[in-house]
Design a protein around this ligand. Structure first.
Ligand code: S3P
Length: 430
């Protein structure tokens, strides 16, 4: 059982009210990294409050980038593409995004740096960035099995065309960032469409980048310009509230200033197909990212099958979809989700173990889960397994269970959303 804090969750009658969420984690990482190599001060409002994005800021500080946080704004004082050789290792904490995307920038620097992480990150696969960055000319050593820590010796890079064997937005961004430092035009081809924040952020910072089908192309040697932005609310954090609201007929929840990027908003399509009533208003575009207000009313929810490109689009939302699956009328099947086994935890196994503790029948597949619908769950002692999304997903499952649930290792939520449990309590009616 994970040590740390224990959170009590009692059953709810519905989930109603209004919320605005901290800035999207994926966008916060990218704006911070690009701000660091742009010319001039980048001003970011509603920056993610999560520990993962703090890891990115910490690493940038170690690389000589000045930044400060005042009120609701972070200012990153970019001084162009050349960073300072770090005097100590770069601590990426729990954040795979920090390690993989920053590696792309470090590959283009003329110094050596070491990136390390916590126990969970130290188990995660890095061959997916090591291979292409080495093809571009960086030298990278790693621990056994291509795991962290990584030691990167950067230098002159040459552009490559890289068909990615795994669908990963982190890898895509890492290579496009490296492409900025490379001679020639780098192109990255993805097997299925993944989130496009890297592409949009590069354009926002003034780079020319073009997409053609499943390929993104970027020419090296482009200078970035600082931006001012307010980061839209994190839709992967919103997923917990949306799924919670969907479970109760009398829920009525509004989330304002929410990221609506089509490569991230697939959960809304799935919840609609499952029978939730959802409306989107006040759509606006900021730096290429869509932002809007979402209102959801719950009810009886049908099940769903998530496979193929849907799985890639919903990769961070699958734990919560799976956690509410037993309450759907027809159950949920998740396929093509092998990647979930190499996230912050093995999320397929962690979901199956915790659902069983709540009395659910679950079939664990190598690449997913089959969870029958029409099940009643009871409160239980949940183990977050140190994974933020598992802690939060089971807080949602607990709202419709019979009896109380204890989430052990609840502090993991700080990785993406400190204050999650308080925000959830704020919209739960009992
Ligand atoms: C992310 C991409 C996803 C996701 C992660 C954040 C990003 O990972 O799971 O939480 O910001 O690009 P992969 O791209 O490795 O699938």
């Amino acid at each position: 059982m994970a040590s740390g804090s224990v959170q009590l969750i009692r059953p709810a009658r519905n989930v109603s009210g209004s919320l605005r969420l901290p800035g999207d984690k994926s966008i916060s990482h990218r704006y911070a990294m690009l701000g660091a190599i742009a010319e001039g001060p980048t001003r970011l409002k509603n920056f993610s409050t999560g520990a993962d994005c703090a890891s990115t800021l910490g690493c940038l500080g170690t690389l000589g980038v000045g930044w400060d946080r005042n009120d609701d704004e972070i200012v990153i004082r970019g001084e162009g593409p050349t960073l300072r050789a770090p005097a100590s290792p770069l601590d990426c904490g729990n954040s795979g995004s920090t390690m993989r995307m920053l590696s792309g920038i470090l590959a283009g620097q003329s110094f050596s740096s070491e990136l390390l992480g916590d126990t969970s990150l130290s188990r995660r696969p890095m061959a997916r960035i090591i291979e292409p960055l080495e093809q571009m000319g960086a030298r990278i050593s790693s621990a056994e099995g291509n795991r962290p820590p990584l030691r990167i010796t950067g230098g002159a890079l040459a552009a490559i065309h890289y068909p990615m064997p795994v669908a990963s937005a982190q890898v895509k961004s890492s290579l496009l960032f490296a492409g900025l430092f490379a001679r020639g035009e780098t192109s990255v081809e993805e097997p299925v469409r993944t989130r496009d924040h890297g592409e949009l952020a590069l354009r926002a910072f003034g780079a020319e980048l073009h997409r053609q089908g499943n390929q993104a192309h970027i020419a090296g040697g482009q200078q970035l310009r600082a931006i001012e932005a307010s980061i839209p609310g994190d839709i992967s954090s919103a997923a917990f509230f949306l799924c919670a609201a969907a479970l109760f007929p009398r829920s009525n929840l509004t989330i304002t200033d929410l990221l609506m990027n089509p490569t991230r908003a697939r959960l809304l399509d799935i919840l609609l197909a499952m029978g939730a009533r959802i409306s989107v208003a006040q759509l606006e575009e900021h730096h290429g990212e869509l932002v809007g207000t979402v209102e959801i009313e719950g009810g009886t929810v049908k099940g769903a099958t998530v496979a193929g490109s849907d799985t890639a689009a919903l990769i961070d939302e699958i734990p919560v979809l799976a956690a509410i699956a037993p309450y759907t009328s027809t159950g949920v099947e998740i396929r093509d989700a092998r990647e979930l086994r190499v996230k912050e935890s093995d999320r397929i196994a962690a979901v199956a173990r915790n659902l069983r503790k709540m009395g659910a029948r679950v079939e664990e597949l190598e690449d997913g889960l089959k969870i029958p619908g029409g099940q009643d769950l009871h409160g239980a002692e949940i183990d977050s397994e140190g994974d933020h999304r598992i802690a939060m997903a089971f807080a949602v499952a607990a709202l419709r269970a019979k009896g109380e649930t204890l989430i052990h290792g609840a502090e993991a939520a700080v990785i993406s959303y400190p204050g999650f449990f308080e925000a959830l309590e704020g919209v739960v009616a009992r």
